[in-house]
Design a protein around this ligand. Structure first.
Ligand code: B1M
Length: 211
């Protein structure tokens, strides 16, 4: 569908006003928000990711594409998030210390909100203690951590150990995810749950909160 290609192209060029315009146009044409996300925005981001890997584009280009991605998903947000009236549980989410990647984390947050969960978003570069403090303050059932770098994923082990060593042990579950994370890594560090994508993270979080 050409409007989805237009979104992907505008995102790759980092053209925020065009991305916003095309996303709105696609919604007006009745294209489902999930399709606009997958085949428009994420498709563009994947292309940028490939080019970044092959040294065809560099950090500034990726950064402006990421900004366009976040602006586009903001428009989709009300369409992805169903009107959950009462909170079904509370999740504290953030990208681990040293890591500034937030697009995947933002998608996870949106999908969780769409399941009627209350989500406290701590942003990026979040130190271990902030995750625990926020879980205490908000009586959260889940700490959800995202990491995109092999150099920062080790922070997740620190979070699991800090929860184990605190009064939160047995009360707060730790969920992990992000491109370099696997089920094997989850088992290795003793985290409670790994999911490969935002939709399955939301399903798993709801299950953990309502089990
Ligand atoms: Co960065 N970066 N980056 N980057 N970046 C990657 C991750 C990289 C794979 C690119 C590459 O080399 N091919 C590479 C990591 C290599 C590695 O560690 N193995 C990399 C690098 C090296 C770096 C820098 C070190 C580059 C540099 O400075 N030399 C630097 C580090 C900065 C830092 O964090 N300290 C850096 C910087 C940046 C930007 C700031 C320019 C920008 C981020 C902007 C932003 O996020 N606001 C950026 C981007 C955009 C990327 C790529 C291109 C795209 C990431 C993305 O947003 N994908 C990425 C290459 C790639 O992935 N192809 C790359 C889309 C997003 C929807 O996917 O986040 O994976 P993702 O989320 C998925 C799943 O993983 C999952 O759900 C989502 C889908 O449904 N998920 C969860 C995520 N979190 C979850 C949590 C869950 C469950 C599922 O439960 C709690």
């Amino acid at each position: 569908m050409s409007i989805l290609n237009d979104i992907s192209d505008a995102l790759q060029q980092g053209r925020v006003p065009k991305v916003k315009e095309f996303v709105q146009q696609a919604l007006d044409e009745g294209i489902p928000a999930s399709e606009i996300l997958e085949q428009g925005l994420l498709s563009g981001m994947n292309t940028i990711g490939e080019k970044f890997k092959n040294n065809e584009v560099f950090v500034p280009e990726v950064l402006i594409a990421a900004r366009a991605m976040n602006k586009g998903t903001e428009i989709l947000r009300p369409h992805l998030v169903a009107a959950g009236v009462e909170d079904k549980g509370t999740v504290v989410i953030g990208t681990v210390k040293g890591d500034l990647h937030d697009i995947g984390k933002n998608l996870v947050r949106m999908m969780m909100e769409g399941k009627g969960l209350k989500v406290i978003d701590l942003g990026v570069d979040v130190p271990v203690e902030r995750f625990l403090d926020a879980a205490r303050e908000n009586h959260a059932q889940i700490i959800a951590c995202s990491a995109l770098l092999t150099t920062t994923m080790g922070e997740m082990r620190n979070i699991v150990e800090a929860v184990e060593d605190s009064e939160l042990k047995g009360k707060v579950r730790v969920m992990i995810g992000g491109a370099p994370i696997t089920q094997a890594y989850c088992d290795q560090i003793g985290a409670d749950c790994y999911t490969p994508d935002a939709a399955s993270a939301a399903d798993a979080a709801l299950q953990l909160c309502t089990a």
